[in-house]
Design a protein around this ligand. Sequence first.
Ligand code: FES
Length: 580
Amino acid sequence: MTFKKAEWPRKLRSQHWYGGNSRDAIYHRGWLKNQGHPHDLFDGRPIIGILNTWSDLTPCNGHLRELAEKVKAGVWEAGGFPVEVPVFSASENTFRPTAMMFRNLAAMAVEEAMRGQPIDGAVLMVGCDKTTPSLLMAAASTDIPSIVVTGGPMLNGYFRGERVGSGTHLWIFSEAVKAGEMTQEEFIEAEASMSRSSGTCNTMGTASTMASMAEALGMALSGNAAIPAVDSRRRVMAQMTGRRIVEMVKDDLKPSDILTKQAFENAIRTNAAIGGSTNAVIHLLAIAGRVGVDLTLDDWDRLGRDIPTIVNLMPSGKYLMEEFFYAGGLPVVLKRLGEAGVLHRDALTVSGAAIWDEVKDVVNWNEDVILPAEKALAQSGGIVVLKGNLAPRGAVLKPSAATPALMVHRGRAVVFEDIDDYKAKIEDEALDIDETCVMVLKNCGPKGYPGMAEVGNMGLPPKVLRKGITDMVRISDARMSGTAYGTVVLHTSPEAAAGGPLAVVRDGDMISLDVPNRSLTVEISDEEMAARLAAWTPSHEMPASGYAWLHQTHVEGADTGADLDFLKGCRGREVGKDSH
Ligand code: FES
C-alpha cells in the first residue's frame, strides 16, 4: 500500500465548469441553479456523480432510484454536492441479441458521461450482470475517484417449501418439464416464487459474483456484496458509500491506486472460493485492460488452482445470497484467504485501508454456508483454462459446477452450427446422440452471436434426460449464465466466427476433454486441421452499419476480455475545451 493522499483543499475538476465569475462559469452555474441550488454549493466542494443504472427494463436494478436517495444523503453529510446521472443500463434478462453485446457500449457511454461532465467523484450504482463491469471499465478508463454500491440480491425464492434460486431453478425446472417430471402449470406457478423482492439474482450468479469481485478488488466498501436488496442495511451501505466518496475525492484516491495486479489476484482467488461465475473471467480481463494491468487467461488457472470453493451457494451448492449475508458474507471469505496466505493483505481499498484490516476480525456465523476447507465443494475451485488444438488461445470450465466423472472424457462430437441449428435439432428423437457424446455449439462467441450469448449450457436432448442423465460434456464459444451448471466448456478461443478451430469440428469427430491436464483436443491430424481451416469461410453476415457493425468490427476475443480494441487503456480525466 503506497498511496499518498493529495492535499486538501485544492481546485477540483468541477471548478473548470463552476469556479470563478467568468461568463462560462455563470452560464454553467446558472442553468444548474434551476434545480434550486444555493450559490454556496459551488464553492469548490466535491461534486459527486451518482451514476445510476436504474431502469424499469432492468428489473434487477429497479430499486436503485430509491437507494440513490441514501447515497445523496451520505454525500450531503460529508460536505459534497450530489448529482444523480442516469446511465446506460444493459439488463441481462431483456436486451437482445444479448446484454453482453452492450457491455462495451455502456462502458464507452459512461466513460464519456464521467469525463465530459463536472464530476469529481462517482458512485457506481450497479447490480445486474453487465452493469457492474461496464461502469467499472468506464471508471478505470477515466481514473476519476469511484466507488461501487450494488443494489444487493433478492430474498430467497421458495417453491413448495424448497429453496428456489434465480436462474438455477429455471434450468432445473425446464429440464424437468422436458423429462416429463414437472407440468407446465407447475412451472408457471414456480415462476413468481423465484423473484420475491427487488434485487439481483439470489444465486452466486454473475451479478453476485461481480458484486463480490468489486468488493474483492477493493472498489466497494467491505460487506457490500451480500446485503439483500430490501434489508435496511443495504440503505445504510448506500449512505456510507455516499459519505466515503467525498473523502476519496479529497484524498484523490483513484481506481488506478486500487486496481493493481495484486487486487486482481485477490479477486481471482476470491472467485474460486465463492464458486463464482465464469463471466468474471471476461469482465476482469476487460477491466484490467482498461487500467493497464497485465492480466491474462493463464493467471486465472494459475491463481485459482488450489483454492477450495467454500461458499455453499447455488449453482455449485445449496444456499442463496440471503444465507451468505447471515453467515457473514464476503469478508469471511477474504479472511479465510488471508489466513491461508493467498490474499494480498495490504491491497488498498476504497476505504483507504488495506483489505486485511477490513476483514481480519469478522466471524463466520454458519459453517454450513461458508464451509471449512476440508468440506469444500471442490478442492480446486478455480476456473480451469483448457488448451489444445480445439482451443489454441484457451477455453474455460468451472469445476465446482461440473460433474467429477466427466472431467476426463472422450466422446463423439454432435455439432450444432449455431443456436438456431441447436434449437431445430435438439428435441428431434431421430438425432443421433447419447450421453457419451460431446455436444458442440459454434458461432456463439463475441462476433458470432453477436455478443457472446449465455447459451453454452445448452439443454440436453429429451431422450437423454428421460434416462435420468443430467449432464453431458458441452463445448462452445459461448458464455454460460453464472446461475447455470454442468460440464460445460466455454469461451473457446479463437471463436468459430473468427475462424477458430471450433469452426471446423464435424459430426463424428472424437473429442477429448482432460481437465487435470488442462487439455481440449479434437482427434484429427495437424494436416487435416490445416486443410479444414484453409477451406473455411465465414457463415455469419456482417452488419452494414450501426453499433452492431462497430461491435463486430472491433470486438476482441473472449480470451482477452472481449472489449472493443479501441477502448482499451486509460484515457484519463482531463477536461476538454469549453464550448461556450
Ligand atoms: Fe439481472 Fe440476474 S438477470 S441479476
